[in-house]
Write a protein that binds this ligand. Structure first.
Ligand SMILES: [Zn+2]
Length: 397
């Protein structure tokens, strides 16, 4: 929802990441505008199950009260869990009191004290969330969201051939019990039910220097979201302010053997965060930039427009395809003419341009072809099925 660090920029919002699982939303940090970004991403705010606040730097929780107010106005009834450092309960309750809001849903607070090593902050039937302290200028914690192992797949054909048809029988087999059939044969659970499938996992590591606890939280995760506030040229500044460079993020990813590193929390000085991505990829290749409103899937084959992005800024693409092509070609012809005249004036360049001229002549028709390709491409239906932001010219991994 937001990939900026301390201050927002014109295109980046304050920190917040939504994890979307089985229709529920789990929010990691809640910067200003997180609720607007959810709306724009097409994620229902009523589906929020848990909110995890990593620490009390304002950019990480400034959207919390506004979000709670919206949930109240939406007449939410379902309980909501808020996890954060000790003091989060006092902060929320004081604000609600001050604004005279009497919530019609229950808040469950999980407060974490500073001197802890690791804690299961949420434990549900299908998943749990573990927290560990990180290394920032103030108390800050990271989280690991872990799905519990799922039961193995049932070999339906084999079961049928053995005469197993009742739901009760399948239930027992799935629970690991062996079955005795009417004719006395015993069917072992492991003959019908496959190995349990490991659950997916996600780690959220923000506002920290390189930290061994980050590695522990991220161990073998499907996705590791790690802050990369600075590039390696500003390593000193990163150390001073308790932040990571893109190299630090890659180091954690390497040590934790995560499947995909996603970097975020970019300093406002980077108008082009691809600088940071390049550095991270040099050390850990399966890395990607967190891009606001752009979903990243644990299983990329699922990217088939499941998330319907509601605000889709189309104009940028349209301008490119409708207005640019023809005039562009004319322009490029003109400019190549200009370039030619310039070269004539300088003897050094003249000789070079003569050497190159054959090659350039050969190249020109190619360029025209590719222009034609572009034209044809723009009249075709867009290639990608997943809704994307226009600035996300995406080549996965
Ligand atoms: Zn921060």
């Amino acid at each position: 929802m937001g990939v900026a660090s301390a201050t927002p920029t014109a295109v980046r919002h304050l920190p917040s990441v939504a994890l979307w699982r089985e229709g529920d939303v789990h929010l990691f940090d809640c910067g200003e505008n997180a609720q607007m970004r959810m709306l724009q991403a097409g994620l229902k705010r009523s589906k929020i199950e848990n909110i995890f606040i990593s620490h009390f730097d304002v950019d990480h929780f400034s959207g919390l009260i506004g979000l709670l107010s919206t949930l109240q106005l939406q007449r939410r009834e379902k309980e909501l869990t808020i996890v954060g450092p000790k003091g989060i309960k006092k902060f929320v309750e004081w604000n609600l009191n001050f604004a005279n809001i009497d919530l019609n849903f229950d808040l469950t607070f999980v407060e974490v004290k500073e001197d802890f090593e690791s804690q299961k902050v949420v434990d549900e039937e299908e998943y749990y969330v573990e927290a560990r302290p990180l290394n920032h200028t103030s108390f800050c914690m990271g989280f690991r969201f872990q799905e519990k192992d799922k039961p193995g797949k049932v070999d339906a054909e084999k079961a049928k051939s053995l005469g197993i048809t009742e739901d009760e029988q399948f239930k027992a087999l799935k629970a690991g019990e062996d079955l005795e059939l009417e004719d006395g044969t015993i069917v072992k659970s492991y003959d019908i039910v496959g190995h349990p499938r490991p659950g997916d996992s996600f780690a959220y590591i923000t506002d920290t220097k390189y930290c061994p606890n980050a590695v522990k939280l991220a161990m073998n995760t499907n996705i590791l979201y790690h802050e990369a506030t600075f590039s390696e040229s500003l390593a000193e500044k990163a150390a001073e302010t308790g932040h990571s460079t893109s190299g630090d993020a890659a180091r954690v990813a390497n040590e934790a053997q995560t499947k995909l590193l996603v970097i975020g929390h970019f300093s406002a000085r980077y108008t082009n965060p691809f600088v940071l991505l390049r550095e991270a990829r040099a050390k850990f290749f399966p890395a990607w930039l967190a891009t606001e409103l752009r979903p990243i899937y644990t299983n990329p084959s699922q990217e088939k427009g499941i998330v319907q992005q509601k605000v889709f800024i189309k104009e940028v693409d349209d301008k490119k395809s409708s207005s640019s092509n023809k005039p562009k070609r004319r322009k490029s012809d003109k400019s190549s003419g200009k370039r030619f005249r310039k070269r004539k004036s300088s003897p050094e360049r003249r000789s070079r341009s003569r050497d190159d001229s054959g090659e350039r002549r050969r190249k020109r028709p190619e360029r025209r072809n590719s222009d034609n390709d572009d034209n044809r491409g723009s009249s075709r239906a867009p290639k990608h099925i997943t809704p994307r932001t226009p600035f996300d010219n995406f080549d996965r991994f």
